[in-house]
Design a protein around this ligand. Structure first.
Ligand SMILES: Nc1ncnc2c1ncn2[C@@H]1O[C@H](COP(=O)(O)OP(=O)(O)OP(=O)(O)O)[C@@H](O)[C@H]1O
Length: 279
């Protein structure tokens, strides 16, 4: 279990993460959502101990996380937004290098690498250098590398940024399978469909603060499960309803064209952002 208590990070006078309180259960698939600059990466940075909190604490399974607690740090693996791999190494070499960093025996590195590369569908490309891999393959390799040391918690900062639709879905399947094996996953994403598809709960972060934590469906229900997209004289607007009959009644009096559909987490996210702009 991960517990953040009043977690705060200031860069000089600017507060990037502001008294965040949050609990992520063991084995949970949790999403951290928010506009650019909301404080998501900074939160991940503190969880990975790359950044030190200005105030507040992080507890892993009830124990205070500090840079000195290698035992706790070993439970956590992080995958950052940037590809941080040597271009001239092949997959086997990348895995071996990582294993050696953590003083893993050679035999174990080889066994676990093989399992992971197989699991991620990369085994046939293991001799390819990073330079020759597609963006999707590189991201999968980063997952393999992060899992080599058998972490209990995986932190992913925008794991599918820039991926094509097919690779993204492959990554989703992979992450779901890993979570099925009780890996706790915390991800940040700008793809609301991704969060809706994967996360049991999401936190909406805004200007460093957590505004609300709930299941994606709760955000949708709060807004109204039924959406009517109206297009009239080139203008588009969306209206939300809790009851389907009401949505249909509304749609019947529209002069232009309309589409009745299910509300998505993206709708809920955009509406919250609009309200914040007005405030
Ligand atoms: N090292 C730093 N020094 C000063 N300000 C920083 C630093 N790192 C982040 N910030 C600021 O803190 C705020 C939060 O940044 P952060 O990267 O955590 O946001 P984010 O939610 O991950 O955004 P994005 O979705 O764009 O990745 C931003 O205003 C950013 O400019």
């Amino acid at each position: 279990m991960i517990v953040l208590k009043n977690l705060t990070k200031k860069f000089d006078q600017f507060t990037a993460v502001d008294s965040v309180n949050m609990t992520i259960e063991t084995g949970e698939f949790f999403g951290l959502l928010g506009l650019n600059g909301a404080g998501k990466t900074t939160t991940i940075g503190m969880l990975s101990t790359l950044l030190l909190p200005t105030q507040g604490e992080i507890f892993i399974d009830g124990e205070l996380l500090t840079r000195k607690r290698t035992d706790l740090k070993q439970k956590i693996s992080v995958i950052t937004q940037e590809y941080s791999m040597r271009q001239d190494m092949n997959m086997d070499e990348i895995m071996e290098y990582q294993g050696r960093l953590y003083y893993m025996p050679k035999k174990e590195i080889r066994k676990r690498s093989e399992e992971l590369l197989e699991f991620c569908g990369l085994i046939n490309d293991r001799r390819k250098t990073v330079r020759k891999l597609s963006g999707g393959m590189k991201r999968k390799l980063m997952v393999c590398r992060a899992l080599l040391t058998n972490p209990e918690i995986l932190l992913l900062d925008e794991p599918t940024a820039g991926m094509d639709a097919v690779s993204r879905r492959q990554m989703w399947n992979l992450l779901k399978q890993l979570n099925g094996k009780n890996l706790t996953i915390l991800l940040t994403t700008h793809y609301m469909e991704e969060a809706e598809h994967l996360c049991a709960r999401v936190a909406m972060m805004n200007h460093g603060k957590i505004e609300k934590i709930s299941a994606p469906q709760d955000f949708i229900d709060e807004l109204g499960r039924f959406a009517v997209d109206e297009t009239e004289e080139g203008k588009a607007a969306t209206y939300y309803f809790h009851i389907k009959e009401e949505a249909l009644k509304f749609a019947a009096q529209i002069n232009g064209s309309f589409k009745l559909r299910d509300t998505t987490l993206e709708d809920a996210f955009v509406e919250r952002a609009k309200k914040d702009e007005i405030r």
